[in-house]
Design a protein around this ligand. Structure first.
Ligand code: PLP
Length: 412
């Protein structure tokens, strides 16, 4: 099947939710993705942070093949060997106590919101119902997640949203303190905002959120769906801050490319849960969990946290050198291999992504003006150099071709 015929078929058969790039991917190997026309792309987006071990990692492929031949699905009516094994590993790595497995990120976040309400209903008879989220947050597309997602374009077509959510200005301590009252049952946010433009929460904000949550017996819920599982050079981004959340959500790279999400929580929270309160058909199936255990094995064996720290630091350093030379760069920021380069114009950012793709390098643009880099953890220095060099050339060409126009970053 050709790209043209697939495109035509999709246009008549699928809901038009995606604005796809004109590329039909066929396979991947390491950091490279290949298309139906024989092109090879250096992928610095890795399936929006999912393919953290790159494509076709031999250890993941082997475990999936072996497990698929034995048992793919069984439902949560039965035990199988891998949920508890994976939970044991996640609990040890996170310092949390209990785990629930879902299928996706939004479903994990949705479940975390339910935990917050259930905790409050149990502890305060439902008096506390408010959930605080942050401006420029992104937590997913289902109703609860959407209600805590800030961006208007995602929410508007589906209004009215679920009630009880209030947004706090990003890293604004005064706003946080003003909005954190006794009606709040939870504050939930990404330690490093992904979709919102790669914005790390400040140490002070994180610390204050923890203190206020404790003071008001509300839950601190951290969305590590994009920032977790090693992306920032630590297993979880909150480990850079020295705080302990009450609930953590995971997904994206967790199962080496298979759909799997997780909610981690403390014993204090899990104590209010009883059988039948929450569940899923697919979540935590043997195939996805076996792959996730192997994902953790590979991270450990290949010492990928250290590699991510080193390569992330190097990448950031090189990008900051570009910042010094290109007037169109407004900011360079990130942690580990979660990096954003904010440009001063949405048009230039769009053109840069397109031109990088023409050079067979995949990155994307988020929050209008930010170039987002989420390369696989196995990326090499040489590949980083190749991307920086291409970006340097592309920025030079794009900046002179486009008329820079200042576009604000929103309310902060
Ligand atoms: N939370 C964050 C921080 C995300 O980046 C995403 C997806 O990009 C989600 C939640 C939603 O995850 P999913 O697309 O798996 O539902």
């Amino acid at each position: 099947m050709s790209l043209a015929s697939v495109k035509k078929a999709e246009s008549t058969l699928l809901l038009p939710t995606y604005d796809r790039l004109p590329i039909m991917v066929t396979h991947g190997k390491g950091v490279y993705l290949y298309d139906s026309e024989g092109n090879k792309y250096l992928d610095f987006l890795s399936g929006i942070g999912v393919n953290a071990l790159g494509y076709s990692h031999p250890a993941i492929t082997k475990v999936i093949q072996k497990q698929a031949a034995k048992l793919i699905h069984t439902s949560n009516l039965f035990f199988h060997a891998y949920q508890s094994e994976l939970a044991r590993r996640l609990v040890k790595l996170s310092g949390m106590d209990k785990v629930f497995f879902s299928n996706s990120g939004t479903e994990a976040w949705e479940g975390a919101m339910k935990l917050a309400r259930a905790y409050s209903n149990e502890k305060s008879g439902g008096k506390k119902f408010k959930i605080l989220a942050l401006e420029n947050s992104f937590h997913g597309r289902t109703f609860g997640s959407l209600a805590t997602t800030f961006t208007e374009k995602y929410r508007k077509p589906f209004a009215p949203m679920l009630p009880g959510v209030e947004f706090v200005r990003f890293n604004d301590l005064d706003d946080l303190k003003a909005k954190f009252d006794d009606l709040v049952c939870a504050i939930g946010f990404e330690p490093v905002q992904g979709e919102g433009g790669i914005n790390p929460v400040s140490k002070e904000f994180m610390k204050t959120a923890r203190e206020l949550a404790t003071k008001h017996d509300a839950l601190l819920i951290l969305d590590e769906i994009q920032s977790g599982m090693g992306r920032t050079g630590k297993m979880f981004a909150y480990q850079h801050y020295g705080v302990k959340p009450d609930v953590v959500t995971l997904a994206k790279p967790l199962a080496g490319g298979l759909p799997l999400g997780a909610i981690l929580c403390s014993n204090k929270v899990s104590a209010i849960i009883h059988p039948g309160m929450h569940g899923t058909t697919f979540g935590g199936g043997p195939l996805a969990c076996a792959a996730a255990v192997e994902f953790l094995n590979v991270i450990e064996k290949q010492k990928l946290l250290k590699h991510t720290q080193q390569l992330g630091g190097y990448f950031l350093e090189q990008l900051r050198k570009l910042d010094a030379r290109h007037a169109c760069i407004a900011d360079v920021r990130g942690v580990g291999l979660m990096i954003g380069v904010e440009l001063d114009s949405a048009e230039v950012a769009k053109a840069v992504v397109k031109e990088m793709l023409a050079r067979k390098i995949i990155i994307n643009r988020t929050h209008e003006t930010t170039l987002r880099f989420l390369p696989p953890f196995i990326v090499t220095k040489k590949q980083v150099d190749e991307v920086v060099k291409a970006l340097d050339q592309v920025l030079t060409a794009c900046a002179s071709a486009a008329e820079p126009k200042s576009i604000g970053r929103g309310a902060h």
